[in-house]
Design a binder for this molecule. Sequence first.
Ligand SMILES: [Zn+2]
Length: 458
Amino acid sequence: MKGVRFLFLMLWWPLVAAQTPFASSVVRNEALVHFPQDIVFQLDLDPSVTLTEAVLTYDVARFSCLEASSSVPVAVTGSQLAWTWVMSRSGNPPPGTAVSWHWTLTDDAGNQFNTPSQTIVLTDNRFEWKQLTNGRITLHWYEGLNVGPTLLDAAVAGLTQLEQEMGILLQDDVTIFIYDSSEAMRDAILYVQDWAGGVAFDEYNTILMGVPPNIADTWGRTTIRHELAHLVLGQVGRSCVGGSRPTWLEEGLAVYAEGEPTEEVQQDIANGIADNSFEPVRSLNGAFPAHSTAAGIAYSQSYSVVAFLLETYGQEKMQQFVAVLSAGEDYDNALETVYGFNVDGLEQAWRHSIGVADRAIPPTPTPLMAAAIPTLHPLAPPQSLPTTVAPTRNPENTAPDSAAGSNADTTIFLVALTLCCLGFLLLLLLVFVLWRRSRKRREEPSIKDFADDADENS
Ligand SMILES: [Zn+2]
């Protein structure tokens, strides 16, 4: 045994010997963050080392279905290396995200060395942040003494309701950043819709909200519960097989998580019952209406449908339903598996429960398939679920959040695909016509040749 260990040491000795001076040649290794614009990775080495190759590998802490680190070769000129991740081009992770990196260096003798992995947390240095934690929720804010405690309290109450009444359990710790306006929040995130007042980044377990201190206790309280529901639902329903949730479920659960329904929600439902004016539930699988009033009614109707499912069939069925959807099942099959009816059956059962007559439903519904698979590369713009701005800032603007956006994207994609197919068919037709013409032209001289031959023979 001793002999074997000796041989092992002999084999490893040259490598260890080669690495030691290399490792000590690192003079400076750091990342300078200019949030949200860029991160400059800098490495200074002792000038006595002659590098031939350098590769920077960096990784963003987030949920991902694929190995998500990025490696970039960096030009070697002298003993100082630098590479800039321009986030203003790629989209930036939210504040609070940890970015880790290391360098792989090769010298002129062919020795290779990895610098130890280092980590930096992205912070939005424009403000002096205060911080509070309760259980698994940490909240950062900078404006208004009571804003932090008020909103953390609402978030904790919302989480308790999600877990105890809806069976939707938090998977990972959550970080929340409260800005004092939606404008300040939007400056922290490149590529977010102009109307967004709150964004839940479920793959980063982070929520950003713009809450003016004077409405923290009203709009802020309900909105933080709404956003937290999206985030926790996003964690529970994570899917690496393209599974998704219908918009009525996503928004219905989020409105349910806000707490007791507001007067507005109750009024929408009462009007829907009185006028028999509800939308077909199937039409709420996808994008909500763009018009603000109609969108508001769609949220209230979704709340009513989800309340029916939770109050009639319980939270375990809801947990199963979310799980079956994230396994990639389409909406009709998932409902059928868990509740024994499809979307139309759900609609009739729900209408009975609120005392509205059946709606005539066409016999062969088109199944609505799962929506887009999430973007997984760390350089892609962050996936987000924005919420509308605080009402005092922009009362008109109540565009639905991004579940609807992704459905609009799917429609654009389908239209583009159809146009592409038409173009391809036209091209095929053109090629066919040209081929026919050229063949005709080839056939004419050949007949003439034959005639010439026949003349010669005769
Ligand atoms: Zn929402």
